[in-house]
Design a protein around this ligand. Structure first.
Ligand code: AMP
Ligand code: FE
Ligand code: FE
Ligand code: ZN
Length: 276
């Protein structure tokens, strides 16, 4: 059996990780990972950079993305693997989603003002740098301005899903995200189902083209991992797993906490080859 291992859920500073593509690759090498999937929120900009740096370390890069959608008043994250990241139509489509994230930050800042929390939009955009701007950047700005004691507090009190200062993304359904990923020749996978609060819609997602479940995730406890592995096996879904590393964005570098056996990557590749 191969002792190669993979991490199929890694962010860069092109979304809300603190690590640049080069730092991501160096970390992956230090953690002895053979393969990582770059899965930024609504962005594929880091993919070619990661591929370039990865050559020096013999690390394999799977081009990916993580898209946020809403289903029955719950936030759902859909991962896309092996997407055609060079397709112009795809880049244009996600550029539109990325742009909508900017207006959303201004609106959340307005709502925070009502709660007596003054945050400068420029500070948030500075923290986001080249990245797809999001709530982790906003929470970091709140923390730096000493408005909260921890990032967790920002989400629990203010900007967590449906909390008073939360503003939703542009309306985008799981069906649309799955359709987009399939059209870009990718494999749509439900991210961290254990964190989504309700997973009763998995069957519905399968009907619309979902192909896999992220069974292994840093925040899944052993019983969740068992549960989702069983569901994946019963329903014939592909199994993936990853750390969801955000660099220091989540307090510590998570790469290496989930080491997915490489046979799961081979199964993803087998699926792509079969589909042709
Ligand atoms: P957004 O894409 O702007 O909706 O922000 C989603 C991101 O915020 C997630 O990918 C995480 O990085 C972060 N996030 C969401 N909820 C929490 C939480 N409770 N604690 C820490 N980070 C969170
Ligand atoms: Fe994130
Ligand atoms: Fe996620
Ligand atoms: Zn993620």
């Amino acid at each position: 059996m191969s002792d190669k291992s993979a991490d199929l859920h890694v962010h860069t500073n092109f979304s809300d990780s603190t690590l640049s593509p080069e730092e991501v690759i160096k970390t992956a090498a230090a953690k002895h990972l053979s393969c990582i999937a770059v899965t930024d929120h609504d962005s594929v900009a880091a993919v070619p950079l990661c591929m370039e740096y990865a050559k020096n370390y013999g690390i394999e890069i799977i081009p990916g993305i993580e898209m946020t959608v809403e289903k029955e008043n719950k936030e759902v994250h859909i991962l896309g693997y092996f997407i055609d990241w060079q397709a112009e139509w795809f880049k244009e489509k996600i550029k539109h989603i990325q742009d909508s994230r900017v207006g959303r930050i201004y609106r959340m800042i307005e709502l925070l003002k009502n709660e007596g929390i003054d945050i400068s939009p420029d500070d948030v955009f500075k923290i986001a740098g080249c990245g797809s701007v999001g709530r982790l950047h906003l929470a970091t700005a709140m923390y730096k301005a000493k408005k909260i004691k921890s990032l967790k507090e920002a989400f629990q009190k203010y900007i967590g899903f449906l909390k008073p200062c939360y503003v939703s993304h542009i309306k985008f359904s799981p069906e649309e995200a799955i359709g987009l990923i399939l059209k870009a020749k990718g494999i749509p996978v439900l991210a961290h189902p254990g964190l989504m609060g309700n997973d009763g819609y998995i069957d519905e997602l399968i009907e619309t083209g979902l192909k896999g479940l992220e069974v292994f995730h840093t925040d899944h406890n052993p019983s969740q991992t068992r549960k989702y592995r069983k569901i994946a096996e019963e329903k014939g879904l592909l199994i993936t797993g990853g750390s969801d590393c955000h660099g220091m964005g989540k307090g510590r570098v998570l790469m290496g906490t989930v080491k997915l056996e490489y046979r799961y990557v081979e199964e993803l590749k087998g699926f792509i080859n079969l589909r042709g």
